[in-house]
Design a protein around this ligand. Structure first.
Ligand code: NAD
Ligand code: G6P
Ligand code: MN
Length: 442
């Protein structure tokens, strides 16, 4: 350890995840000390509600750390070492539309998968590119850790459009699942597991999970997942019904390939009929989040501001926030910790397009991620990955070329859309709904 302290910018300061990240930063001062914390958002009013509460918290718990919230890019991005990016272009209003239009046509309506994910992708690309450009202009040596979804499409876009930028696209789903795996086998947490994993974002499989002595944990995990999925039964009181159902459904996803353990998101691709049958087209995940996480987070911020103190603040670190701080620590101190990221394949999965953006374990250090070789994808996985990766590439083609046909192809190729006419009907509705965000398609 040396005496450096870091300057961190949270882009998307108004995000529901911001308070959790701040709690983790405060709890991690020994591991990853900070001297400055800034928030940036393009919605001043939304960000202010969170920033006003966090200002009180920072004054009470870390008065030596400079804190500010701004909508001005230069103020935000100057003198920054790490940017944690988590913007939602179009906010929950557009997420709701992404979910509800496909469902009207009998197709899965989901934040990052299928037509909803494609629509969100076209909105997110320019938003994230703008953040990258601000970072390069004002703090060219900084690293950006980007959670903004849909991470697979955003990652393909940044690979193509900003190939030399210091952005690392990440996801908390495998992290959340590995924390569950640790509980299942009785270990403290995900960092006690040594794993092999490959795929695309929200589209991957574990091929090996061990403890640090090398003991193979796959047999125990498989036996558990075959029965319960990743659901932890009475260990998760208060977990929302939709997430419990997703964790349970992993049992059926696992059944299709008992040699690996799956990411929960594969349920949308392998059981779309089931997902649609169990969806309410008038009350989707966005409605649940607005009534749940968003209300709780903003309510708690308002309470802190009204009381004028954060001494009993209810926010907590989560696997989402601890992962991002783990990554910063590994880069800052060159620890070579083995962590997952979404990076150009370049042989990591030997029989998959070297230009695919894959999610694989990497050793993280001062130069960023060094990918580890995961060998060949099995035939089942290779087929699924190849198709889905082409969907993601077609979305970025459509963005670059302003091409209607490419976007129609993307939606038609997507495994969860049954038919090109259905794809066209959904696409035409989405073009109207996204007129303030998408490029005009020719
Ligand atoms: P949220 O709507 O609460 O927060 C997003 C914030 O981004 C809002 O305050 C909004 O005003 C701001 N914003 C939108 N466009 C912007 C722009 N162009 N520039 C600056 N700010 C902008 O959303 P949330 O539910 O907290 O999620 C935030 C993001 O994190 C989403 O993209 C979500 O999908 C993503 N996420 C990703 C993972 C992952 O595994 N990769 C996990 C959790 C959340
Ligand atoms: C997981 C995924 C994220 C996704 C989130 C949605 O954490 O990894 O990519 O954004 O779930 O959660 P929500 O609670 O907003 O539906
Ligand atoms: Mn994710």
């Amino acid at each position: 350890m040396d005496d450096r302290k870091f300057s961190v910018l949270i882009a998307g300061g108004g995000s529901t995840y911001t308070p959790g990240i701040v709690m983790t930063l405060l709890e991690s001062q020994k591991q990853f000390p900070i001297r400055k914390l800034k928030f940036y958002d393009n919605d001043a009013a939304r960000q202010k509600k969170i920033a006003d509460a966090i200002a009180i918290l920072m004054k009470e718990r870390a008065p030596e750390v400079e804190f500010l919230a701004t909508t001005d890019p230069e103020t935000a991005f100057s003198d920054v070492d790490f940017v944690m990016a988590q913007i939602r272009v179009g906010k929950y209003a557009m997420r709701s539309v992404d979910e509800k239009i496909p469902l009207k046509h009998g197709v899965v309506g989901q934040e990052t998968t299928g037509p909803g994910g494609i629509a969100y992708g076209l909105r997110s690309i320019p938003g994230v590119i703008e953040l990258v450009d601000y970072m390069e202009q004002y703090s060219p040596n900084a690293w950006m850790l980007n959670y903004s979804n849909p991470a697979a499409i955003v990652a393909e876009a940044t690979r193509r459009l900003r190939p030399n930028s210091r952005i690392i696209n990440i996801c908390d789903m495998p992290i959340a699942i590995m924390d569950r795996m640790a509980k299942i086998v009785g270990l403290p947490g995900r960092n006690d597991l040594v794993f092999r994993y490959y795929g695309l974002n929200h589209f991957g499989w574990w091929t090996d999970v061990r403890d640090k002595t090398g003991r193979d944990l796959m047999p125990q995990l498989k036996a558990y997942v075959a029965k319960n999925g990743y659901w932890l039964q009475d260990q998760e009181p208060g977990k929302e019904a939709s997430w419990i159902s997703t964790y349970k459904k992993a049992a059926d996803v696992y059944a299709l390939d008992p040699t690996t353990l799956p990411n929960t998101y594969l349920k949308y691709y392998l059981y779309p009929k089931y997902v649609v049958e169990h969806a309410d087209p008038n009350y989707t995940r966005t409605d649940e989040v607005e009534a749940g996480r968003e209300k709780t987070v903003f309510g708690e911020c308002a309470r802190v501001v009204a009381n004028g103190t954060a001494k009993d603040i209810q926010f907590q670190a989560s696997n989402h926030s601890t992962y991002i701080v783990d990554l910063c620590t590994a880069i800052a101190y060159d620890t070579k910790q083995r962590l997952l990221a979404i990076i150009p394949n370049e042989g990591a999965v030997a029989n998959i397009d070297p230009e695919a953006m894959v999610e694989v374990p990497c050793l993280f250090g001062a130069n960023g991620p060094e990918r580890l070789s995961m060998g060949n994808a099995a035939t089942f996985q290779k087929g699924l990955i190849t198709e889905q990766n082409c969907v993601e590439k077609l979305v970025v083609d459509a963005y670059e070329q302003h091409s209607y046909i490419k976007l129609w192809e993307a939606m038609s190729l997507c495994k969860i859309v049954p038919d090109a006419q259905v794809a066209k009907d959904i696409l035409d509705e989405m073009i109207v709904a996204n007129k303030d965000f998408w490029p005009e398609l020719k």
